[in-house]
Ligand binder design. Structure first.
Ligand SMILES: [Zn+2]
Ligand SMILES: [Zn+2]
Length: 370
């Protein structure tokens, strides 16, 4: 079938809106119709060549959809089901799935690395018949797409599509960093760097656990009001203090924060997060730095200070489980996901969504499909 999509043909070029050919779903695959997709920084990074995506490719990985047609062997969903797409569908059988680390699934990782579905082939072609690559087995910048059944997580149909889409990436990534990887306990102190799409969700995730203090850290002074609206108790601007770890120790009886969660991906912020955690505290790097960037820790401090560094990817838990946990909290009014949704736009305006992300708008641009 033909469907409208936004195709990336070249790094640093605008996405091209055009009709593409989508093949039938094969074994344990599902044809879905997108209902909403967020414009996430990982899409923008890929369009700029970070991670060297295979081209041409259809980006988009933060999405809600409706099941249209099921391929052979599909048992989890049926046509008409409303779903959140997981951009890390997992096989359930490999070493990492059995280690309860499904976001490291070997089957998913191999296919994502070559831009295909699990069988190593693509279901997307240009009208001329050339192969187009899949992105994270989601490729949601398209009206229709074929995805693995394992990436389809059914949700209640009354959840607004734009909210469901954000749960597919930013919300789960940030929430899970605080709840699964940091595992914030009540009455503690948390510091969070980078108050963007992921950082705000880390903040809300931490708040659900009832900490005594949430310190937001961001170089943009406008983020102070945003962070406090979402539950931060304090704000530190690295541009306005001499030494960020010292500023955080001053707020935490000289010890440092019990948990530091770094969502900006800037190397200096990752180092600040390490030094701002108290001895035996937990440091959670979430933000993605560029491949060539490095961070430096004083070697002597690593054993002496007994800090735990816990890398966090897609929330560090089981995305399918966390989607439901998050939507349950949303229903109870404990996660203000509505406040995350910014401008909504048709797929034709996707390049505007990238531009707004680049300009640092505080809310998420969401493409909604008719
Ligand atoms: Zn994302
Ligand atoms: Zn697996």
């Amino acid at each position: 079938m033909r469907t409208k999509a936004a195709v990336l043909y070249a790094i640093n070029e605008p996405l091209v809106i055009e009709e593409v050919e989508i093949g039938d779903p094969k074994d344990r695959e599902v044809l879905v119709r997108m209902t909403a997709t967020g414009v996430c920084r990982s899409d923008l990074s890929a369009a700029r060549g970070f991670g060297r995506p295979h081209l041409p490719v259809i980006l988009g990985h933060e999405a809600a959809a409706e099941v249209v047609k099921c391929g052979p062997g599909v048992t989890r969903v049926k046509p008409g089901d409303r779903i959140v797409l997981s951009w890390s569908p997992n096989c359930g059988h490999c070493f990492y799935c059995l280690e309860a680390r499904p976001t490291l699934c070997e089957v998913y990782t191999e296919a994502a690395g070559v831009g295909t579905l699990w069988d190593g082939t693509s279901r997307i072609r240009t009208p001329g018949g050339d192969k187009i690559h899949h992105f994270s087995q989601t490729s949601s910048f398209a009206e229709h797409m074929v995805v693995p059944e394992a990436g389809c997580v059914p949700i209640h149909p009354d959840i607004p599509a734009s909210i469901a889409a954000l749960v597919g990436c930013a919300v789960t990534t940030g929430y899970g960093a605080a709840v699964n990887d940091a595992n914030v306990r009540a009455g503690t102190n948390v510091a969070i760097w980078g108050i963007g799409g992921v950082g705000l969700n880390a903040l809300m995730g931490a708040k659900v656990r009832g900490p005594a203090m949430i310190i937001a850290v961001d170089v943009n002074p406008e983020k102070e009001a945003v962070a406090k609206r979402f539950g931060a108790t304090h704000f530190v601007n690295p541009g306005e203090v001499n030494d960020v770890p010292e500023a955080i120790r001053a707020l935490t009886e000289g010890r440092g924060a019990d948990y530091t969660i770094e969502c900006s991906g800037r190397p200096e912020a990752i180092e600040q997060a390490y030094h701002s955690a108290r001895p035996a505290g937990t440091v959670v790097p979430v933000g993605e730095a560029r491949k060539e960037e490095t961070v430096t820790f004083p070697a002597r401090l690593l054993p002496d200070e007994q800090k735990r560094i816990v890398g966090s990817y897609y929330g560090g838990g089981v995305p399918e489980r966390d989607f439901h946990q998050i939507l349950g909290l949303y229903r109870r009014g404990l996660l203000d996901l509505d406040a995350l949704v910014g401008e909504t736009m048709p797929l034709d305006r996707i390049n505007d969504g990238f531009r707004m992300l680049d300009e640092g708008v505080e809310t998420r641009s969401v493409v909604v499909f008719e």
